[in-house]
Design a protein around this ligand. Structure first.
Ligand code: NAD
Length: 471
């Protein structure tokens, strides 16, 4: 078995002294894949020092030259795309063909799209007699989760580097493969030493990084529970924070909408990556009179979700990341059973492959608005259906959780859909199946976080405006 025992600091591989290890298993076979050594506070300090030393030269290089490095990293990642897709699929459980498109090709495109912003982003603006310069915020600590590992890393690192910041990345210790490929890509791109430092570790290393006095911004993606701790620690010395947290996103199906299309798309979104998606639509909100038809459609749609090995072309849903994640989901299923919700598909006893961290695609109807299932992120393939009597009630249900990451609206016409979308407290709302726009801002209201990633909005997060007034 492989041992991941190095950080990437100051342009070089550094052996991790600490002996603490986390074992990463193949999500579908449970075979051990790699042991990951976990760094500690002194590693965080070494990485932050390297980033601090590299900061002035990187800033002085200018956005055009920085963009060239981003493009070189994209090229190097592309050369590793097949291995990346395979590795992420084995770790996280996403079917291989989806893994290539969503986990690998999309982030590579994002590296390139971010590089292109060097041409259009106004680093210097004029407001009356003020010259406003967009100054890099300083050393950034980027902390990311495991569910879309390369995507989440890219959403922070690419704009931070283009803005002129130097970075210490602490990716999730539970999905390390993407990081190993990224280190190789930085080496292939000959990224100057210290510009991007990558440390391997868990909560202890993350905590030290966030508390480090020379870090000026923390860009965090992960659970709301950890996000709270990170934001509280960062507040001590006024570090800027950007928080991409959990969600409980709703699909609102208005009267007259194409119910079949809405059900199909909602099921696909909810079960994508086995439900391990922050913006998954995990609640379906339908008119009470449409419930019987909706129920039948959901039964069919869930039955079509073939569970199996992510490498198998017929597989629509793979396993969850780990036994821990599966256990978390099982707790929610047990509670939904106790609450007596209408089980439409799946459930705790539904058959799943004997090996691998599988949970059957599950749908519950008549889910009470005040229940845990209606309000808490499950992070597994579990859809909750809620019924409304009036459109006002549908909007209230959609807005009725502490989260506000994403939503979809299905309506008889796009204009009506857009009107209801405007009433939703969510950072991303798709009407009638509109496709994802990577240049649009991505982020949440409420407990889903603060700040945005994506396109120019993501870049703005990493700059500090300085206004110089001349007479
Ligand atoms: P997590 O919060 O457990 O961990 C996220 C990262 O924080 C990991 O790198 C982890 O090692 C680190 N960490 C843990 N404790 C820490 C601490 N005390 N201080 C600093 N760092 C610490 O989340 P996860 O289980 O890896 O990911 C799943 C969560 O991420 C879900 O809640 C999901 O909704 C959320 N997520 C949000 C988005 C978004 O864009 N809004 C995207 C993907 C995932």
């Amino acid at each position: 078995m492989k041992l991941l025992s190095e950080h990437y600091i100051d342009g070089a591989r550094r052996t991790i002294g600490n002996e603490d290890i986390v074992r990463v298993l193949d999500a579908a076979t449970e075979a051990p894949r790699v042991d990951v050594k976990l760094g500690n506070a002194s590693d965080a300090d070494a990485a932050v020092r390297a980033a601090t030393r590299a900061a002035l030269d990187w800033q002085a290089l200018g956005a055009g030259k920085r963009a060239q490095y981003l493009l070189a990293i994209a090229d190097a990642l592309e050369a590793r795309a097949a291995d990346l897709a395979q590795d992420i699929s084995r770790e996280v459980g996403m079917p291989l063909k989806l893994s290539r498109r969503i986990q690998v090709d999309a982030p590579i495109a994002a590296w390139r799209a971010t590089a292109a912003l060097a041409e259009t982003f106004e680093f210097v603006r004029h407001v009356g007699h003020s010259r406003v310069t967009m100054v890099p915020v300083g050393v950034v600590a980027a902390i990311t989760p495991w569910n879309y590992p390369l995507h989440q890393i890219t959403g922070k690192i690419a704009p931070a580097l283009l803005a002129g910041c130097t970075v210490v990345l602490k990716p999730s210790e539970l999905a390390p493969a993407a990081t190993l490929h990224l280190i190789e890509a930085c080496e292939a791109a000959r990224l100057p030493a210290g510009v991007l430092n990558i440390v391997s570790g868990g909560a202890a290393l993350g905590t030290a990084l966030v508390a480090h006095p020379d870090v000026r911004m923390v860009s965090f993606t992960g659970s709301t529970a950890v996000g709270r701790k990170v934001a509280a620690s960062a507040a001590g010395d006024m570090k800027r924070v950007s928080m991409e947290l959990g969600g409980k996103s709703a699909a609102v199906v208005l009267p007259g909408a194409d119910l079949q299309k809405a059900v199909k798309a909602t099921v696909a979104s909810c079960f994508l990556n086995s439900g391990q998606t922050c913006s998954a639509t995990t609640r379906l909100i339908v008119a009470r009179e449409a419930y019987p038809e909706c129920r039948a459609l959901l039964e069919q749609a869930a039955a079509a979700m073939t569970l199996g090995d992510p490498a198998d072309a017929a597989t629509r849903i793979g396993p969850l990341l780990s036994a821990t994640q599966r256990e978390r989901v099982r707790v929610h299923l047990a509670e939904a059973e106790r609450a007596g919700f209408d089980r439409i598909a799946g459930g705790p006893d539904a058959p799943v492959p004997a090996r691998g961290f599988f949970v059957a695609p599950t749908v519950y109807g008549n889910v009470a608005p005040d229940s845990r299932l209606a309000n808490e992120e499950v992070f597994g393939p579990v859809l909750a259906v809620q019924c409304y009597d009036t459109v006002e009630e549908a909007i209230a249900l959609a807005n009725g959780t502490p989260y506000g990451l994403a939503a979809t609206v299905w309506a008889a016409d796009d204009a009506t859909g857009a009107e209801v979308a405007d009433a939703l407290r969510a950072g991303q709302v798709d009407v009638n199946g509109a496709r994802f726009n990577p240049a649009a801002p991505f982020g949440g209201f409420g407990l889903s976080g603060m700040g945005r990633e994506g396109g120019v909005f993501g870049l703005e997060e990493f700059v500090e405006p300085r206004a110089v007034q001349s007479p």
